[in-house]
Design a protein around this ligand. Structure first.
Ligand SMILES: Nc1ncnc2c1ncn2[C@@H]1O[C@H](COP(=O)(O)OP(=O)(O)OP(=O)(O)O)[C@@H](O)[C@H]1O
Ligand SMILES: [Mg+2]
Length: 405
């Protein structure tokens, strides 16, 4: 009897052990399956990454015209206009001329539609809805500010006044003068004060590689300006495309000429009371094509000269406004001894003075710092745009101290 019980107990125990083992195995299987699916997902991810790395690049293009169900004319960014087919998986309803598309690597078919960007030329432009810069941020140019208010701000804000009087404001304003004296700054300030959109294009961007591209950018620039009106278009460093046409030899020069012609045509084309104003800047008014300065084009010419003593003082005040400076700093003296400095130089002097204070472990800037900075900025740097005979103080202070952090 005892024997029987022990056998059956033994069996019972073995059965339990086996059951536990089976449960354990079942659990392992589940874990393994989970791991497999995780690894599968990883494989899929890496496969996709490999596909991405192996895929040939697509070509960006602009759709010009849809010819029929599956043919279209596109302008590829690699050169000529192409007639290509439209791949089957593209919704024809979504295609319309002027949009960006992707061509396959052989350039033979449209394979994707790219998201619409503002404007093809916009990539080269700086657009600020309402610049924050105000007239008080511009020092020593009150006469120029007055003039710009009359010819830019007033026509934008009160076109009715001019219309009633029957006068037409100038369409284009040319600002010229040495670099760093506030041309770009002033144009931004006018836009800021007129609550206008500021659109800036550096003219060298218009000198494009492909035939017709520069002229197209000019057209788009003006179309954009009209759409965003009231707006102020700043064509910075216009000498890049508007130098006197002495000899049109190479095809590159012809292309720049075409761009300039388009610019003149746009200027001629719009109404001076449209609330679009064009400001151009240059350092070299002497080399500009006279056609540009003709009445009806950039006919208001304003010089932005090197700041005089009072101007320098104002600019010092503007750039030290947010600095912690000690009471002994005499900005009047600083303005006096920085004869020949441009606005940009004065800004650099203030920054440099700040660094000088930092190097001496001070939390405020003193007169010595400024003297040191003036010496460093005006004497230590190559400034080809000023003449040599200016008086600049000799400061023997910590010449080559550097900030150690
Ligand atoms: N009159 C000024 N008042 C205050 N700051 C000025 C003045 N002129 C220049 N600056 C400072 O110098 C910087 C450069 O000036 P800006 O870009 O306007 O020069 P620019 O005349 O357009 O020069 P460039 O001909 O080289 O384009 C400005 O951002 C500003 O900080
Ligand atoms: Mg400038």
């Amino acid at each position: 009897m005892v024997w029987y019980v022990s056998v059956s107990e033994d069996r019972e125990k073995r059965y339990q052990d086996l059951l536990d083992y089976v449960r354990y195995l079942e659990q392992r299987v589940q874990e393994m399956e989970a791991e497999i699916s995780l690894l599968r997902r990883e494989i899929k991810y890496y496969k996709q990454e490999i596909d991405k790395l192996m895929a040939p690049p697509l070509i960006e293009g602009i759709l010009l015209e849809i010819l029929d169900e599956d043919k279209a004319v596109v302008k590829s960014t690699t050169g000529p206009n192409l007639i290509v087919s439209i791949s089957g998986n593209i919704d024809r309803g979504k295609l319309f001329p002027g949009m960006y598309i992707a061509l396959n690597q052989r350039g033979s078919a449209i394979v994707d539609v790219l998201p619409m960007r503002e404007d093809p030329a916009v990539r080269a432009m700086e657009i600020v809805e309402k610049p924050k810069i105000k007239y008080i941020d511009v020092g020593g140019l009150s006469r120029q500010i007055q003039e710009l208010r009359e010819v830019v701000e007033l026509p934008i804000k009160r076109p009715d006044l001019l219309r009633d009087l029957g006068i037409e404001p100038p369409k284009g304003i040319m600002l010229y003068g040495p670099p760093g004296c506030g041309k770009t700054l002033l144009a931004k300030a006018v836009a800021g004060e007129s609550n206008a959109t500021f659109i800036r294009l550096v003219a060298s961007e218009l000198a494009q590689k492909f035939v017709g591209e520069g002229a197209r950018m000019v057209r788009e620039l003006f179309a954009l300006a009209r759409r965003k009106a009231p707006s102020i278009v700043l064509i910075d460093e216009i000498d890049a495309i508007a130098a006197k046409r002495i000899d049109i030899g190479t095809s590159g020069e012809r292309e720049i000429h075409r761009t300039l012609t388009q610019l003149l045509a746009e200027l001629d084309g719009f109404d001076p009371l449209d609330n679009v104003k064009v400001i151009a800047t240059t350092n070299r008014i002497d080399i500009l094509d006279p056609a540009l300065l003709r009445p009806g084009r950039f006919d208001r010419i304003i010089e932005i000269p090197l700041p005089d003593l009072a101007g320098r003082l104002e600019i010092f005040k503007i750039h030290t406004k947010k600095m912690k400076i000690s009471d002994e700093v005499d900005l009047g003296v600083l303005a006096k001894i920085s004869e020949g400095a441009t606005g940009a130089d004065i800004k650099a002097i203030c920054t440099e003075a700040g660094f000088s204070a930092l190097r001496s472990n001070r939390t405020y800037v003193n007169h010595e710092d400024f003297l040191h900075a003036i010496n460093k900025v005006l004497k230590g740097r190559f400034r080809p745009y000023t003449n040599e005979s200016e008086y600049v103080p000799e400061v023997k202070d910590s010449e080559d101290k550097h900030l150690v952090i």
